[in-house]
Design a protein around this ligand. Structure first.
Ligand code: ATP
Length: 247
């Protein structure tokens, strides 16, 4: 479904990605893990059309995403939940959700939008309770749910998530990732970027490990969770967090 070949991304003269390849098949959850600054967000930003000037190949359903502006990428069926949520704090929860569907509202798909709104509110009942509340007053976990709900309102076939666990308590992280599992079971394809390797690999079919702009490892998520190098570099802190969450 998504095929990335030899992707190179630049910020001015700085090369943030040095020839990265990655694929996501229809119906899969794929996790991309890596430390701070390894280039994870850069990869998602390039897919989303927010970082022009990359080189290599970015194909979605066999067609190149080269030169497409972000709204066209969304129209093709790719939505992103950005790092730090980036919800509109002064707007209500409901207005944030509607904004996610703006392209569909423009096309007068009012019935479809209504249906998906009901669906999002049933996935995240707390958003229904807070529908009229300013989004900026939600808790971190609720804001993450809102950001996911807003992305779903565009009716994507591929959902990209940039560090959905960031700053959240272990219990909320579990809830977010079990929602991703549920969405995958319903047929959504997901690419999630994370520093929390344990949470991200636990729900994934396959994983990739990025280090300073290069892909250093890939494989089945279950195998990566057992990989000594991955355990040493990425799982120490997360295991502790998870044990704490279970207490
Ligand atoms: P984090 O987990 O901290 O978000 P990341 O893996 O998502 O990190 P990126 O944000 O993609 O990493 O950054 C990759 C590299 O590109 C880093 O060295 C970073 O300093 C650099 N970089 C990112 N954004 C810019 C920018 N706007 N201008 C210049 N350099 C940037």
């Amino acid at each position: 479904m998504l095929e990335i070949r030899n992707l190179k991304c630049y910020y001015g003269r700085i090369r943030a990605l040095s020839g990265v390849s990655l694929s996501v098949d229809q119906g899969e959850v794929v996790s991309l893990i890596g430390a701070n600054g390894s280039g994870k967000s850069t990869l998602l930003t390039a897919i989303s059309g927010l970082l022009p000037g990359w080189r290599g190949e970015l194909l979605f359903e066999g067609e190149s995403l080269a030169g497409l502006p972000p709204q066209e990428v969304v129209a093709r069926g790719i939505s992103m939940v950005p790092e730090g949520r980036l919800i509109f704090g002064a707007l209500s929860v409901m207005d944030n959700l509607r904004l996610g569907a703006y392209l569909r509202i423009r096309k007068r798909d009012h019935f479809g939008v209504r249906q998906d709104l009901d669906k999002v509110l049933s996935i995240f009942p707390v958003l229904k309770e807070r529908a009229g509340q300013d989004a900026g007053t939600l808790s971190g976990g609720e804001q993450q749910m809102l950001a996911i709900g807003r992305a779903l309102m565009a009716k994507p076939r591929l959902l990209l998530l940039d560090e959905p666990s960031m700053g959240l308590a272990p219990k909320v992280v579990k809830q977010i990732f079990s929602t991703l599992s549920m969405l995958r079971d319903e047929g959504l394809t997901i690419l999630v970027v994370e520093q929390n390797a344990q949470a991200a690999l636990a729900v994934a079919d396959r994983g990739y490990v990025l280090e300073t702009g290069r892909m250093v490892l890939t494989g089945r998520a279950a195998d990566l969770l057992e990989d000594e190098e991955v355990k040493r570099a990425y799982l120490g802190k997360d295991y502790a967090q998870f044990t704490e969450g279970r207490a």
